[in-house]
Write a protein that binds this ligand. Structure first.
Ligand code: ADP
Ligand code: MG
Length: 365
């Protein structure tokens, strides 16, 4: 293993001499290693990219390079350090952005950003605010990015695409479960039009398409030792979409007082204080660039993304549990109900959420 990793690392244009390569825990998607070097050279992150999730790793790496270089230029123009505040993709010795090994696995290298603080989970208002700042700053640095990005995961957060899959899944009824799900299917159908209306605004350009991160968890944000946002990492999912999708997805996960698959629905609510904290962080970085159509629908985007998740869990249950890993028989149905409870909590608090957005958008404009 050690030698195999050494051989892979040697494909890349690293500075210095490789001293050691060790696994670095923490991620869920890729296999991550830290490559330590000598001679005062930087250390590196070596990753085996998950090709089950990303069918086109070279296109994904091209997205990451474009976005990282843009952020680096913006950081440098502001007088910051692009080697710490942006990701730096290290090419192979032949100038490719990834290396395909004999087993067909894809590997990529970035510079390791040292002396940082990271958090596993945003479990306080202070951390929720930091998370909002991180994604807000990331989007702000990319506000003037205008190169096309590859759609590395097709139809991501595109509800028109999801409804097409949904209609097929209902028609197929692969696991024979549709007859017992009239109530749950009604949850989806009764909101179909409302959700399509939102997505049509994106399709028409009323809500602009920009660069989104698409995996906004706080563990993907590195902070410096004073607690300032340094760099957003894990850019595997960057794509062109509405900024609101990043916001909505963060709210769905940061602000749920229960678990995504909580069997006890009494525990599941949207926490308004956590919503305020994330929104404050986000808008403090981003309010000045968002157009009114985006501000107006920022709170709604949390419902849009949560609704999509209800649909996806229920659709997988209808399909016979083929997409999400399940730990027990009705896991996808439990997830469906827990996310639906969260959606209802957001619907109940819609007015209060809009008021928070309005107040903070005015404060940071
Ligand atoms: N450039 C980097 N500098 C410092 N640490 C990094 C860097 N890239 C990744 N890491 C560390 O490795 C972990 C996993 O990397 P990540 O790209 O988030 O993979 P995954 O997609 O599996 O979550 C991160 O949570 C972080 O701790
Ligand atoms: Mg990660």
């Amino acid at each position: 293993m050690k030698e195999a990793l050494m051989r892979i690392a040697s494909q890349f244009a690293l500075e210095g001499t490789v001293r050691s390569i060790d696994p670095l825990g923490g991620g869920f998607i890729n296999d991550t290693f830290i490559v330590r070097t000598s001679d005062g050279a930087p250390d590196y992150i070596l990753q085996r990219k998950n090709k089950n999730i990303f069918p086109d790793v070279p296109a994904m790496m091209e997205n990451i390079r474009k976005v990282s270089e843009h952020i680096g230029r913006r950081v440098a123009a502001e007088g910051g350090d692009p080697r710490r505040e942006a990701m730096t993709v290290v090419p192979t010795r032949d100038g490719a952005l990834c290396h395909c090994d004999a087993a067909g696995e894809y590997w990529a290298v970035t510079e390791f950003i040292a002396d940082t603080v990271a958090y596993d989970k945003a479990d306080s208002e202070a951390l929720a605010r930091k998370g909002g700042e991180g994604i807000g700053r990331f989007q702000a640095l990319l506000a003037d990015f205008d190169e096309p990005l590859a759609e590395t995961i097709k139809g991501f957060h595109n509800i028109r695409h999801r409804f097409a899959q949904w209609d097929e899944a209902l028609g197929r009824d692969a696991a024979g479960r549709v007859k017992d799900l009239a109530e749950e299917i009604g949850w989806i159908e009764s909101r179909r039009e409302e959700m399509m209306r939102f997505w049509e605004l994106v399709e028409q350009g009323t809500i602009p398409t920009r660069v989104t991160h698409n995996d906004t968890k706080i563990s993907n944000i590195l902070f410096d030792c004073t607690g300032r946002v340094l760099c957003v990492i894990d850019l595997d999912t960057v794509m062109n979409s509405t900024s609101l999708n990043d916001f909505g997805d963060a709210i769905r996960s940061y602000c749920n007082t229960g678990a995504e698959d909580d069997p006890d629905l009494d525990r599941v609510e949207l926490s308004l204080p956590m919503f305020r904290a994330y929104t404050e962080g986000y808008l403090s970085e981003r309010a000045r660039q968002l157009v009114p159509a985006e501000i107006d629908r920022l709170a709604f985007s949390a419902r849009y993304i949560t609704y999509e998740q209800v649909l996806r869990f229920l659709m997988d249950y209808i399909d016979g549990d083929t997409y999400y890993k399940t730990a027990y028989a009705d896991h996808n149905l439990v997830r469906t109900r827990a996310q639906y409870k969260l959606l209802q909590s957001m619907e109940r608090q819609a007015e209060a959420m809009c008021a928070v957005v309005g107040e903070l958008a005015a404060k940071y404009r």
